[in-house]
Design a protein around this ligand. Sequence first.
Ligand SMILES: [Cu+2]
Length: 155
Amino acid sequence: MHLHKFEKIWLIFGGITLVAFLITLGVNAFSHGHHPPSDLSRVQPAMVDQTAPFDKPGLVKTGENKYDLNMPSFVFGYAPNEIEIPLGAEITFHTTSKDVVHGFAIPGTNVNMMVVPGHVNSATTTFKKPGDYVILCNEYCGAGHHMMMAKIVVK
Ligand SMILES: [Cu+2]
């Protein structure tokens, strides 16, 4: 098969671009700690309020400077609605939905989950700067979607 000089140049350019793209994507994913949704355990959406750990939403100390934050999602909010987190602690968020698909994203961190009813999703992050953070729903879930948020105070 004969390839024209320009075809060869274009193929080489395309190959180099693809490899550069994949390297950039890989380095970014590892350096920011991105990974596929955990989705390891399941829960009955109607039974979320009676099922541990979502029967007692909030912060639970699990080790030296390590916490679990159990926050069920529902139309149109999260429980608890406002939470204080110690600066520099490793926080693992666990969430599930009581009703429809929601989002669970904290801008400026690696936390960005899709919350599917029946599944428990988890993400771990460390807040290195004090201040106010917000948990936002980024999956359209109904008429009150734009008001669905919770506040995190890191100090
Ligand atoms: Cu929403």
